[in-house]
Design a protein around this ligand. Structure first.
Ligand code: NAD
Length: 495
């Protein structure tokens, strides 16, 4: 049974969408299962949310940061309390396995606790003036109203990565979640309501990228846009924010790589490849979509990886025995299958999978068998373009230098990993890889909230979420000087 909602939140009032149009939220593992129906927000709804955020801004910006952070702490505790319930909903609404759903929520909890502490830090610097009796320091200043736009693959963690630091910074927020996972987003927003967050500080609009997302990007009242999603949409967001001189932070696609050197622990490297490529059915921005293996161990690695992949149970994420769950929607399923055909046409060999699963228990969902290509070469489209599905490929390399060159040959740069026990290879990779996140003897997935997260090149525009950099998206630096000399002092030696 579908849950019906009045679910645009503007200034503390839950309202139906202005147009009356709605959209369906369905279970990716069972298309007959209608999870909820939501209003398709439009420019009028977005404007109402921005107006509410504008009205709430002065009081919120003036609220002491430790008090602002208290609300985030309370939401962290509520996430902890409701973790199992939310995990079950996530496995149903987004489709990922229960284990991974719990991890998604745990990331939200970890980050809530981390950001709650940040409310009592927000450190600036003090420095020396070149003039006597003059004091200098830096302060963070909230940037204003923040428009937050999120994808569906981490339905709690990614909204948390944006909402928590925006609020601690003193921004008021309009949040538009992905159209595939609005109910989890709604639950998160309701937790802020339960925590007593003042009306208008967090506003919530559901709907599609066009018109709701783009209206949020374009609204003159929004001073900063934080966007996670595809490169294609990210480019448009960057262009529009650029014209309007808005702060814009982008976390976009990637083409991540696992490098396996001949001295690696092969069992660990196989587990890392299988987990990195097929967790969340490859729908992680850090998913291992290329595995570059040294020629000396390629045969053995391929054999063990295929044995491991053959053990993977594919099915609904709600089934605790399942390792590989459904992909998010039919459009994404078709896109992944198209890439598999492109790989075949380019001359790569399908060693495992390579097809949809559409009969029996898989008949009603968006299932694709875990797919491994052999004979992938660096220039192929399947080695260059983001597929965002359960597809990976083996590339043969002959040295760490060659592996780094192959790794860096793509337009993206989010996550790269190397398996080796050779300290020189490890450090060459650490130095040479043009990726924002680098692992040695750990898979490409599994970021922790206390580290900065983001990518180089077309994966983003230089911003980093989480970690000590989390507030940078939502604050301006203010340089403050206090002259207590009692006279007019001029810098740079002017008499
Ligand atoms: P998407 O770009 O289609 O959509 C992302 C969000 O943008 C959704 O909320 C959507 O409604 C909205 N949107 C769409 N068109 C818009 C427009 N014209 N203006 C404003 N908003 C618009 O991406 P997706 O399919 O939801 O997510 C998958 C992509 O996200 C992949 O490319 C993946 O790599 C990327 N991703 C990146 C990271 C990261 O941190 N680098 C993390 C997760 C996902």
């Amino acid at each position: 049974m579908a849950e019906e909602h009045l679910d645009i939140l503007a200034g503390g009032r839950w309202i139906t969408g202005h147009s009356g149009d709605t959209f369906e939220d369905r279970n990716p593992a069972d298309r007959d299962d209608l999870v909820a129906v939501f209003p398709a927000g439009d420019t009028v709804d977005v404007a109402e949310c921005v107006e509410a955020a504008r009205a709430a801004y002065p009081a919120w910006a003036a609220t002491p940061a430790p008090r602002r952070a208290d609300y985030v702490l309370r939401v962290g505790l509520a996430l902890e309390r409701d973790k199992e319930d939310l995990a079950a909903l996530m496995a149903r609404e987004m489709g990922k396995t229960l284990k991974e759903s719990r991890a998604d929520i745990q990331e939200g909890i970890d980050f809530a606790f981390y950001m709650a502490g940040e409310g009592r830090r927000m450190f600036g610097v003090t420095t020396k003036s070149e003039l006597p009796n003059k004091f200098s320091m830096t302060l963070r200043h909230p940037i204003g109203i923040a428009g937050l736009i999120t994808p569906w693959n981490f339905p709690i963690a990614i909204p948390a990565w944006k909402i928590f630091p925006a609020l601690v910074s003193g921004c008021t927020v309009v949040f538009k979640p992905a159209e595939d996972t609005p109910l989890l987003a709604l639950r998160l927003v309701r937790m802020f309501e339960e925590a007593g967050l003042p009306d208008g500080v967090l506003n919530f609009v559901t709907g599609f990228g066009e018109p709701a997302g783009s209206a949020l990007v374009d609204h003159a009242g929004v001073r900063c846009v934080s966007f996670t999603g595809s490169l294609q949409v990210g480019r448009q967001v960057a262009e529009r924010c650029g014209r309007a001189m808005k702060r814009c932070s982008l976390e976009l696609g990637s083409k991540n790589i696992l490098i396996v050197m001949p001295d690696a622990d092969l069992d660990l490297a196989v587990e890392a490849g299988a987990w990195g490529a097929f967790a969340t059915s490859g729908q992680r921005c850090t998913a291992t979509s290329r595995i570059a293996v040294h020629g000396r161990v390629l045969g053995e690695y391929r054999k063990r990886l295929l044995e491991r992949v053959a053990t993977m149970k594919v099915g609904p994420g709600t089934d605790p025995g399942v390792e590989l769950a459904a992909v998010i929607n039919e459009r994404q399923k078709a896109r992944i299958l198209e890439y598999i055909e492109i790989g075949r046409a380019e001359g790569a060999t399908v060693l495992a999978g390579g097809h949809a699963l559409e009969t029996g228990e898989h008949a009603k969902g968006n299932f694709i068998a875990p797919t491994v290509f052999g004979g992938m070469t660096p220039g192929m489209r399947i080695a260059q373009e983001e597929i965002f599905g359960p597809v990976t490929g083996l590339i043969e390399i002959g040295s760490v230098e060659e592996a780094i060159e192959v790794a860096n040959s793509v337009q993206y740069g989010l996550s790269a990993a190397i398996y080796t026990h050779d300290v020189s290879s490890a450090f060459k990779a650490i130095e040479g890889l043009e990726f924002g996140v680098v692992y040695v003897n750990a898979p490409t997935i599994g970021a922790e909230v206390q580290l900065p997260f983001g990518g180089m090149k077309c994966t983003g525009n230089g911003h980093r979420e989480a970690g000590p950099t989390a507030l940078d998206e939502f604050t301006e630096w203010k340089a403050v000087s206090v002259d207590f000399s009692g006279k007019l002092q001029k810098a740079q030696g002017v008499e």
